[in-house]
Design a protein around this ligand. Structure first.
Ligand code: 3PG
Length: 403
C-alpha cells in the first residue's frame, strides 16, 4: 500500500482514521492514553495539511461508549497545539468547521460509532454510497488509515473512502505490518494467551490459529476462559453465567465446545480462579467456583503457575486481553504474571488496549519485541486472516499505480 511519503499533502485536506479507543473511568476520563500518543507521529508528519481525525470509542451499549471530547484534549496536549473537538460527523456543522480550516489545523470529529451505519460489516462499495461518505467526500483530498487496530472490521470509516480518493497508510499502520511480519516467522512453540471479554473475537482467533497450525497452544483466561470452562462442562456459578448472558455470549459456549472437541489438549483453561468476595480476593477451586455466588475476577494461583511456565518456555508468545479484572490490583495478579512471563520468552507480542495499559502500568514496555496497538486486529493478522482495512488500501494503491 501507499504511505504518507507517496502523497503531496501540503495545503490539502486529509481524512485520517485513527484508533483512540481507550479504557475509560465511569466519570468519562481516559485511563490510558497510549493509543492517542501512538498517532502523534503520523499527525506531525501531516503538519502542512488540514487534518480531520476520525475515531471511535468503545461500542454501542457499553458504559464507556462516550464522546471523543476527552480524547481531543489529550491529543492537544501531546501535539502542543489545539485540536478542535467537533461534536458532529458529517452534518452541516462538521462541514462548516472543515471549510473553515487552514493548513496546520487539526480537528477531531465525534465518536464515529454514534452513527449506526458505521459498524455495519459492508463492502467498501456499499459504504461508499452512505450519506456519511457522500457528504464528506467533496471536502477531502486524501484518506489515510492509521487505525490498524480496527482494520479487521469492514466498517464505514475504515473502507468507505478508499475507492473514491487517493488513500494510504499512516505511520502506525506501517510499523505494525513490519513488526507483525517478524512475529509471524517466529520460533516454535507458539503460544497464544487469550483473555478479556471479547469472547467472540477470541474464540474466532483460536479457531483460526489452531486450524492453520500456527499456534501450538491457546491459554484462555478472563471472561472467555469462563466460557471455555462452561463448554468443558464445569459449573461456573451464577454470577459468571449472568455476566456471559449480559454480554450476549451464551451462544459462544457451543462454539467453544466445538473447539475443545477438535483441538483437545492444545486448549488450556483455568484450573482454579480468584473469586471476588465482597471486594476481597479469595482463591477457589473449580468446584468451589461452581457453588459460589461470587464472580471470578482473576485466574487462580495454580493456573498462574501453569500458564506462566508455558509462556516463558515459548519461542513466540502472543498475549491478548487481560486475565481478570486488572483495574483492581487484587485481581491484576494473573494478568501481571502472564505479562512478566512474556518478557522471558524469546519473541513476545502484546496485543490489545487493556493489556497494553497493564504493561505501561508495570513500566516494562521496553521488554517486549512488539506492543501492537491492535487487539483483535493484531491476532487476526497473525492468524493469517485478511484485514479489510488493509485490503482496501492495497486496492487503492493498485488503482493509483494504474493512473
Ligand atoms: C480495539 O480496541 O481492539 C479496537 O479499537 C477495535 O474495537 P472493537 O473490537 O470494538 O471493534
Amino acid at each position: 500500500f501507499l504511505t504518507i511519503d507517496d502523497f503531496d499533502v501540503s495545503g490539502k485536506t486529509v481524512l485520517l482514521r485513527v484508533d483512540f479507543n481507550a479504557p475509560m473511568s465511569p466519570e468519562g476520563k481516559v485511563l490510558d492514553d497510549a493509543r492517542i500518543r501512538s498517532h502523534v507521529k503520523t499527525i506531525l508528519d501531516l503538519k502542512d495539511a488540514k487534518v480531520i481525525v476520525l475515531a471511535h470509542q468503545s461500542r454501542p451499549g457499553k458504559s464507556d461508549f462516550t464522546t471523543t471530547k476527552p480524547h481531543a484534549e489529550i491529543l492537544s496536549k501531546h501535539l502542543g497545539k489545539e485540536v478542535r473537538y467537533v461534536d458532529d460527523l458529517f452534518g452541516s456543522y462538521a462541514r462548516s468547521c472543515i471549510s473553515a480550516m487552514v493548513p496546520g489545523d487539526v480537528i477531531l470529529l465525534e465518536n464515529v460509532r454514534f452513527f449506526s451505519e458505521e459498524s455495519l460489516e459492508r463492502s467498501p462499495k456499499e459504504h461508499t454510497h452512505s450519506y456519511f461518505v457522500q457528504k464528506l467526500l467533496p471536502y477531502v483530498d486524501f484518506f489515510l488509515n492509521d487505525a490498524f487496530a480496527v482494520s479487521h472490521r469492514s466498517h464505514l470509516s475504515v473502507v468507505g473512502f478508499t475507492e473514491e480518493i487517493p488513500s494510504g497508510a499512516g505511520r502506525i499502520m506501517e510499523s505494525e505490518i513490519v513488526n507483525l511480519e517478524r512475529g509471524l516467522n517466529g520460533e516454535r512453540p507458539c503460544v497464544y494467551a487469550l483473555g478479556g471479554s471479547k469472547v467472540d473475537d477470541s474464540l474466532h482467533v483460536a479457531q483460526n490459529v489452531l486450524s492453520t497450525g500456527s499456534a501450538d497452544s491457546v491459554l484462555f483466561s478472563g471472561v472467555v476462559g469462563n466460557v471455555v470452562l462452561a463448554a468443558a462442562g464445569y459449573k461456573i456459578g451464577k454470577a459468571n453465567m449472568d455476566l456471559i448472558a449480559k454480554l450476549g455470549y451464551e451462544n459462544q459456549i457451543p462454539i467453544a465446545k466445538d473447539l475443545l472437541d477438535k483441538y483437545g489438549k492444545k486448549i488450556k483453561y483455568p484450573a482454579d480462579v480468584a473469586l471476588n468476595v465482597n471486594g476481597k480476593r479469595v482463591e477457589a477451586s473449580l468446584k468451589e467456583m461452581g457453588k459460589s455466588e461470587h464472580p471470578a475476577n482473576d485466574i487462580g494461583l495454580e493456573t498462574i503457575v501453569a500458564y506462566t511456565n508455558e509462556i516463558e518456555n515459548a519461542g513466540t508468545v502472543i498475549l491478548n486481553g487481560p486475565a481478570g479484572v486488572s483495574e483492581n490490583p487484587d485481581f491484576a495478579i494473573g494478568t501481571h504474571e502472564i505479562i512478566r512471563a512474556g518478557t522471558r520468552s524469546k519473541f513476545s507480542i502484546i496485543g490489545g488496549g487493556h493489556i497494553s495499559a497493564e504493561v505501561n502500568r508495570l513500566g516494562i514496555e521496553g521488554q517486549f519485541s512488539h506492543i501492537s496497538t491492535g487487539g483483535g486486529a493484531c491476532i487476526e493478522y497473525l492468524s493469517g486472516v485478511e484485514l479489510p482495512g488493509i485490503t482496501a488500501l492495497e486496492k487503492a494503491a493498485a488503482k493509483q499505480e494504474m493512473k
